[in-house]
Design a protein around this ligand. Structure first.
Ligand code: SF4
Ligand code: SF4
Length: 450
C-alpha cells in the first residue's frame, strides 16, 4: 500500500507532540528527514526505550520515509549521553549499510523542541510560526516512526508505550490500549507517596492533573508518553494551580526587568521575536492600550512563544510566570484579531550555545533531583484493563466521527471512529469489548464478562 494512504488509514499522528496527523505532514518532499529521539523533557524514558528495543525497525522505516520524501539527509537527533541507544542504532545502521546519520546533542532543554532541533541539525532557523518544511526539513518523533512501521503492515495505532516516573520506587514502562484510564496504570506501580498529583508528559510542558477527579478522568491517548507522579504538595503542583489574576498582580509588583526570561528564551535565541520581559512590564496597562498598532507592538511577541517554560521554570529569579502570561496574552491577541507580522528569515544569535539550559540544573531547579533513576525501566505489557474510554480528538484538527454504536461488539484493531473532513485522523481500538457509551469524553468500551 502507498505510504501516505497506509499512514492515513492507520490513524498515525505525531506521538511526541500535539498529535499532528502524520499523513498530512509527510505528504511533501524535503531535503532533511530528522528523527527526534532527544527525549526533550527531563525524567521521561519512552523514546530511549524505543531506540534500544526497536533499532532495526526504526532504521528500516526511516529509510522508506526518506525515500518517499526524497530526502538527501536522514538524521536521528538524540543526546550524546544516551550511549546504549546510540550503540543500538549504530549497530542497525552498520548492518543495513543505511545512509543514516546520528546527530549527538548536548544534554540541554529543550533539545527536542522541533525548531531548536532543526536549527541544530541544519543551521537554519524556521520562520516565526512556520514549519520545519519551510527550511527543507520534516521532523518525526521516534514513536511516530514505529507507528508508521505498523501502518505499513496494515496495523493501526491501537496501543501506546509510556513510562511512569517521578515519585515511584522504580520507573516502569507500560504498553497499554488507547483509552486506558491512567489511574489503572498508576495503581500497578509501587509509589513513594500516598497523596499524589500526575503530570501527563514531562515537568515543563505536560498537563498537570492536580485533583483526584482530574486523575480519575484522564486516559491514555496517542500522544501520551509519560506519567510523572509527584507528591501533592510538590512545588510544581503548587505553581500549576496559581490563578491567572495572581500572576498578573505579581508581574506588576515583583518583575525587576532583569530580562533573564528573554535572554534565555530558546526561541529568541534561534532569532524569533519573543520578549516575555516586555509582556511582564506592560500587562498591568493592557486595558489602557486602545490603539491596535500599539497593542501589537507591545504584546505581539507573545505569538511566537512555544510555551516551553524555560522563562518561568528556570530563568526568572523572582518565581514569576512569564510563560503563563504569554499564553494569556496570546488569548488577548486572538480576541482582538491581531496576527503579528512574521519574520520569514530569522537567524540564530551568536550566544545560542552559551545560553543552553543544562538539563541537570533544570532538574535541580524543579525540585526533581530525588526522582532521577539510573536503571532501565521494567516493561509491563499485560495490564488487566476492564474498560477504556477512547477520546475522539486525540490529534490536531477535527474530532473523528464514531462509526460504532452502543451495544456493538468490537475487537482489537477495529476502526471505531472515522477521520472527519479536513484535518483529522482515524481512531481504532486496542481493546476488545462492548461499546457501552458514546459521549463527550469519547467511546467507552467495557470488557465482555464471561
Ligand atoms: S515559554 Fe518562555 S522561554 Fe519558552 S518560548 Fe515562551 S517566552 Fe520563550
Ligand atoms: S526574569 Fe522574571 S523578573 Fe526578570 S524580567 Fe523576566 S519576569 Fe521579570
Amino acid at each position: 500500500m502507498e505510504l501516505i494512504e497506509a499512514i492515513k488509514k492507520a490513524g498515525v499522528v505525531g506521538a511526541g507532540g500535539a498529535g499532528f496527523p502524520t499523513h498530512v505532514k509527510l505528504n511533501a518532499k524535503a531535503e532533511y528527514l530528522i528523527i527526534n529521539a532527544a527525549e526533550c523533557e527531563p525524567l521521561i524514558e519512552t523514546d530511549k526505550f524505543l531506540c534500544r528495543e526497536f533499532a532495526d525497525r526504526i532504521i528500516d522505516t526511516i529509510l522508506l520515509m526518506g525515500h518517499h520524501l526524497e530526502a538527501q539527509h536522514i538524521v536521528i537527533g538524540l543526546k550524546a549521553k544516551y550511549k546504549a541507544e546510540i550503540a543500538a542504532l549504530e549497530k542497525a545502521i552498520r548492518e543495513k549499510h543505511a545512509a543514516v546519520e546520528i546527530f549527538p546533542m548536548r544534554t540541554f532543554y529543550p533539545a527536542g523542541d522541533e525548531q531548536v532541533l532543526v536549527q541544530q541539525v541544519t543551521g537554519r532557523s524556521v520562520p516565526e510560526r512556520g514549519l520545519p518544511l519551510n527550511v527543507g526539513a520534516v521532523v518525526e518523533n521516534v514513536g511516530t516512526v514505529l507507528s508508521i512501521a505498523d501502518a505499513l503492515e496494515d496495523k493501526p495505532v491501537t496501543e501506546k508505550y509510556l513510562s511512569v516516573t517521578g515519585a515511584v520506587r522504580e520507573p516502569v514502562m507500560f504498553k497499554v490500549p488507547l483509552g486506558t484510564p491512567i489511574r489503572r496504570i498508576i495503581n500497578q506501580v509501587d509509589l513513594r507517596v500516598k497523596d499524589y498529583a500526575v503530570i501527563i508528559g514531562g515537568p515543563m510542558m505536560g498537563k498537570m492533573q492536580s485533583s483526584d477527579s482530574m486523575i480519575d478522568h484522564a486516559v491514555v491517548t496517542k500522544t501520551t508518553g509519560n506519567l510523572l507522579i509527584l507528591p501533592k504538595d510538590h512545588y510544581l503542583v503548587r505553581r500549576a494551580v496559581k490563578p491567572v489574576q495572581t500572576m498578573i498582580r505579581q508581574a506588576r509588583t515583583s518583575c525587576i526587568q532583569c530580562r533573564f526570561c528573554t535572554d534565555l528564551c530558546p526561541r529568541e535565541q534561534i532569532g524569533h521575536n519573543v520578549k516575555p520581559n516586555q509582556i511582564m512590564r506592560n500587562l498591568w496597562r493592557q486595558d489602557q492600550i486602545t490603539d491596535v498598532k500599539e497593542f501589537e507592538a507591545t504584546f505581539g511577541s507573545a505569538a511566537n512563544c512555544s510555551s516551553c517554560g524555560v522563562c518561568e521554570m528556570f530563568a526568572c529569579p523572582m518565581g514569576l510566570s512569564p510563560r503563563k502570561m504569554n499564553d494569556y496574552t496570546k488569548g488577548l491577541l486572538r480576541g482582538l484579531g491581531i496576527n503579528p507580522e512574521k519574520n520569514q528569515n530569522p537567524t540564530a544569535k551568536s550566544t545560542i550555545e552559551q545560553r543552553r539550559i543544562p538539563t541537570e540544573r533544570l532538574i535541580a531547579r524543579l525540585g526533581l533531583s530525588d526522582y532521577v533513576f539510573h536503571v532501565e525501566p521494567k516493561l509491563i505489557t499485560d495490564l488487566d484493563v476492564k474498560e477504556v474510554i477512547v477520546p475522539l480528538g486525540q490529534h490536531i484538527g477535527k474530532p473523528a466521527t464514531p462509526v460504532v454504536k452502543v451495544g456493538d461488539m468490537v475487537h482489537a484493531g477495529d476502526l471505531i471512529a472515522e477521520a472527519a473532513e479536513g484535518l483529522s485522523a482515524n481512531i481504532h481500538t486496542g481493546f476488545a469489548g462492548i461499546v457501552t457509551e458514546i459521549g463527550s469524553s469519547g467511546i467507552r468500551i467495557s470488557k465482555k464478562e464471561a
